[in-house]
Design a protein around this ligand. Structure first.
Ligand code: NAP
Length: 313
């Protein structure tokens, strides 16, 4: 059975890494996602078809690794000759400390989700923001540079990554919204230097942090092109709506980073209002493609990855 056909629910532990179980796999395990929890990760379904399509004799596995085990697990996969790894919750922030080198964007974000073993060095990258850029381009045919963007959940890991990417891309305007407003305020302070040019009136016009309150959002929403949900609210049916449905209009592009369920209430409300919508699947896909490019320095077989994800879901 090829790895792309294998049921991918299994995850391994540090003990499996150290004492043999993983060493016997065929094709050999050479890539992994570290997480806690990790069983839900779709990364094997994304990467194993890509490895097969690219003719690389390797497979991608899930590793259930606690924070205390992280450094040892990283050392062990390096000794086993892995190409690298992905890091998900809760490791993205620890990972940066363990790297010998960190690419500029990952350094700005303070988080690494892609580790590459380059000779003696461990190099860290972050594909969250670049994956979002590619996803927005694919879904809506536009560049962030040209958009006025409002991010709900800007204070979380994904929200920070997307907000920083919007700032790096020089988006027209950026409005940060978070349930805990202090996090959005702090992020605004960090991002101010990106908005100090003269395209509009001044830094504060192009960058704002507002409370997650109807009145505050109502005064902004008409002048926004792209609404992003980077919060985890919307994953459960019982979740309260993110925005009142009447806030959504035909000119809005609405990107929900959630991909399960594929159509959240926010997306359903936006589509009913005549807006264009996209869920987080394309971001997941493009993040994976960027990791693949980091490991193998070649273009990722995107259609194999897309097909893998579709069949997994
Ligand atoms: P995280 O770091 O734990 O952040 C969670 C964010 O959601 C915070 O901003 C938090 O606000 C907010 N939040 C949680 N519950 C909320 C509620 N009931 N009302 C309002 N805000 C709420 O998580 P993350 O890694 O950033 O992930 C966030 C979401 O993005 C998840 O749904 C995840 O699946 C998705 N995601 C998708 C992709 C993709 O490729 N499509 C990639 C990464 C993440 P506070 O700051 O106030 O706690």
């Amino acid at each position: 059975m090829s790895p792309s056909q294998m049921p991918a629910q299994e995850s391994y532990t540090l003990a499996d890494l150290k004492y043999g179980k993983i060493r016997d796999l065929e094709p050999p395990a050479k890539l992994a996602v570290f997480g806690d929890p990790v069983a839900h990760s779709l990364s094997p379904q994304l990467h194993n078809p890509a490895l097969s399509a690219a003719g690389i004799d390797a497979q991608y596995i899930r590793l259930h690794i606690s924070e205390a085990e992280f450094s040892e697990a990283l050392r062990t996969i390096r000794e086993l000759g892995f190409f690298g790894a992905n890091c998900t919750i809760p490791h993205k922030f620890n990972a940066i400390e363990a790297m010998d080198e960190v690419d500029e964007l990952a350094s700005k974000l303070g988080a690494v989700n892609t580790v590459v073993f380059e000779g003696e060095k461990m190099v860290g990258f972050n594909s969250d923001g670049p994956g979002f850029v590619r996803a927005v381009r694919e879904e809506f045919g536009v560049d962030l540079h040209d958009l006025r963007v409002l991010i709900l959940g800007a204070g979380g890991g994904a929200g920070r990554a997307v907000a920083t990417q919007c700032a790096v891309e020089g988006c027209e305007r950026l409005v940060l919204v978070n349930r805990t407003p202090e996090k959005a305020e702090a992020l605004k302070e960090e991002l101010l230097p990106y908005f100090a040019d003269e395209r509009l009136q001044g830094a504060h016009d192009r960058l704002d942090a507002i409370p997650w309150e109807e009145g505050a959002i109502a005064s902004q929403i008409g002048d926004i092109d792209l609404i992003v949900n980077a919060s985890s609210r919307g994953m459960k049916r019982s979740d309260a709506p993110l925005l009142p449905a009447h806030f959504l209009a035909p000119h809005h592009l609405v990107f929900d980073m959630i991909y399960s369920p594929p159509r959240t209430r926010l997306l359903a409300d936006a589509a009913a209002a005549g807006g264009r919508i996209a869920n987080g699947l394309s971001m997941l896909l493009h993040q994976g493609a960027i990791s693949f490019e980091c490991w193998f320095n070649r273009e990722a077989p995107l259609e194999a990855m897309r097909a893998g994800l579709r069949s997994a879901l």
